[in-house]
Design a protein around this ligand. Structure first.
Ligand code: PMP
Length: 313
């Protein structure tokens, strides 16, 4: 896949090759940065690209910046405007996008440094992989999810991702696609970069938000869609042994969308293929993201329609 033409860095759109950060920055030295991953969904019939739940991602980005005590907070309006400008500058049409927005400490110094803050945005085309249909295998990791009173997953801090990276490397090294992390209480938490659901006796279940997980926007979307399907989920602790009892399981997240989990620790989940509730939910999720169902227009921010309206003014 070739690189896009432009990135956004510190108040301007620059050629991809110029999107660099200094080695003396706290972001480089300590991972002192926070980010959001956002999806753009292409709808061919409408000739439109939609950013999915942009406002919710921007709210979380503000929370993460405040949590890190940044001396400057990038506002939702500013970041949204710059994201739209970047996507339009790159001329993205015809393929779904993955957008990364990072507010980082560009200042040097020690661990107490709180600024100056920079903003980087990248947008890249990303097609779905066949595993979205066939499902993935997961290993229950021997790495523990970092507890909230050590390094909270609730804040989307770059350095947090070393925990998921260790679990991913172990899982992939052992022949699995990815990992499931347990928290400090030994209960199921989430995947390295996605939340997790099981279905038992027809009932969808997901760990509650005090399980050392990210307060995922997709998780919340899934909870709402399941309720609208007449299959409301429960939020509670999931024991490790329930992973064997489950008839269906799936991951969810901006990047993972709704991905079936078909094997856990080498045991098939249910029949070893994507289950009926997972499949129905996945279809509904795609319809909402792409805008083909018309439901939940409040979750879709059009990119090109707004541009056409601007040009006509
Ligand atoms: N958990 C973690 C640790 C993540 O990094 C992500 C991806 N942002 C998720 C869950 C899913 O969150 P969201 O649905 O907001 O993308």
């Amino acid at each position: 896949m070739s690189n896009p033409k432009y990135v956004f860095l510190d108040d301007q759109i620059v050629p991809w090759e110029q999107g660099t950060v200094h080695v003396s920055s706290a972001a480089f030295k300590f991972g002192s940065a926070v980010f959001e991953g956002v999806r753009g969904y292409w709808n061919a019939a409408a000739d439109e690209m939609y950013l999915f739940r942009m406002d919710d991602h921007m709210r979380r980005l503000v929370f993460s910046q405040r949590f890190m005590r940044y001396d400057h907070i990038y506002t939702p309006d500013y970041v949204t405007e710059k994201t739209l400008e970047l996507v339009r500058a790159n001329g993205f049409k015809g393929e779904n996008l993955h957008i990364m927005t990072t507010a980082y400490i560009k200042g040097g110094g020690g661990q107490s440094v709180t600024g100056p803050i920079g903003l980087a945005i990248t947008a890249q085309e990303r097609a779905r992989t066949p595993k979205i249909t066939s499902g993935v295998s997961a290993q229950v990791s021997s790495w523990m999810r970092v507890p909230d009173n050590a390094m909270p997953m609730r804040a989307k801090v770059n350095a947090n991702y070393q925990n998921g990276r260790l679990a991913t490397l172990q899982a992939v090294g052992d022949g699995y696609d990815t990992a499931i992390l347990l928290n400090s209480r030994g209960k199921v938490a989430e995947g390295p970069g996605m939340c997790f659901f099981i279905v038992r006796d027809g009932q969808a279940i997901t760990p509650h938000t005090s399980s050392d997980i990210l307060e995922s926007i997709t998780r919340e979307t899934v909870l709402q869609l399941l309720a609208e399907m007449g299959r409301p989920a429960v939020e509670r602790d999931i024991d490790r042994s329930e992973l064997v009892a489950a008839e269906e399981a799936f991951f969810c997240g901006t990047a993972w969308e709704v991905t079936p989990v078909t094997m856990i620790d080498k045991l098939p989940v249910g029949g070893g293929a994507a289950g009926p509730l997972t499949q129905a939910l996945q279809q509904r999720y795609f319809d909402v993201c792409e805008g083909t169902s018309g439901a939940h227009p409040e979750w879709r921010m059009p990119i090109w329609g707004a541009a056409k309206a601007d040009a006509a003014e």
